[in-house]
Write a protein that binds this ligand. Structure first.
Ligand SMILES: [Zn+2]
Ligand SMILES: [Zn+2]
Length: 202
C-alpha cells in the first residue's frame, strides 16, 4: 500500500518527541516536561503566542496497543491587540492536549485517516500540529482587553474610558447642522441612476 509522503522529522526540533525510552508495552507511561521556544505564526492575526516565548509542555506519554497516547497541558503567554480599543493584550493560556499517535504499520494506521489519528515516524512524534491546533482553537477571533471594554469614540478615536460620561460630538454650530441636513436630502437622489432610459438601452 502506498504511503502518503511525510516530512522527515528532526528529533532536535522542540516539538518532536523521541519515544525510544517509552517501553512499547500497553500501559507503560512517561512524563514529558519540557519548555520550548514558541515557533512563529502560532496564533491568529490579532492575538498570538510571541515567537520565542516559553511554551511549557506538561504531558504524559502512554503506550497503547496501537501507538502512543499523549495527554496533558501546554501553557504559555499570549500577546495581542484589543479588537475594540487596540490596547495591548497580555495574558497566559493553558490548553489540554489528548492525542493518539499510531505506530507505523499498525491496524490503526491502516484503517484511519492521518487527519483523525496522528502518525509516528519510527519512535518520533511531531507534537507541533496538535499543540498548534489546541492553542489556536482556544483563541478568540475578536480578542478584547476586558469583557466590558467600551472601545473608542467613533468620532474622535479616544478611548471611552478616558472621556467623560457625557462626551459627545453633537454639533453646536447651527451652520454644521444645516449642512448635514442638506447632504442627507441630496443623498437618495444622487444614488439613483441619472437617466433610467440609459439603463434600459444597455
Ligand atoms: Zn479594549
Ligand atoms: Zn469623541
Amino acid at each position: 500500500m502506498p504511503k502518503s509522503p511525510q516530512k522527515h522529522l528532526d528529533p532536535r526540533q522542540p516539538l518532536v518527541v523521541d519515544t525510544t525510552k517509552l517501553p512499547r508495552r500497553p500501559g507503560a507511561t512517561r512524563a514529558l516536561k519540557r519548555v520550548v521556544p514558541a515557533s512563529a505564526d502560532l496564533g491568529l492575526e490579532l492575538i498570538s503566542v510571541p515567537q520565542g516565548s516559553d511554551l511549557e509542555l506538561d504531558l504524559s506519554l502512554t503506550s497503547v496497543s496501537e501507538g502512543v497516547y499523549v495527554s496533558g497541558n501546554v501553557r504559555g503567554s499570549l500577546s495581542g491587540e484589543c479588537g475594540r480599543c487596540l490596547n495591548e493584550i497580555s495574558e497566559s493560556f493553558d490548553v489540554a492536549i489528548a492525542e493518539l499517535y499510531a505506530y507505523a504499520d499498525s491496524t490503526t494506521e491502516e484503517t484511519t485517516d492521518e487527519d483523525e489519528v496522528g502518525r509516528m515516524q519510527g519512535d518520533l512524534i511531531d507534537l507541533e500540529p496538535a499543540v498548534r491546533d489546541a492553542i489556536v482553537l482556544t483563541l478568540p477571533t475578536n480578542p478584547v482587553c476586558r469583557p466590558d471594554c467600551p472601545g473608542l469614540c467613533p468620532e474622535c478615536g479616544v478611548h471611552l474610558d478616558d472621556l467623560p460620561a457625557d462626551h459627545s460630538h453633537e454639533e453646536v454650530d447651527p451652520r454644521w447642522a444645516a449642512l448635514r441636513n442638506l447632504s442627507k436630502a441630496e443623498l437618495p437622489k444622487a444614488a439613483l441612476p441619472q437617466d433610467p432610459q440609459n439603463r434600459i438601452k444597455e
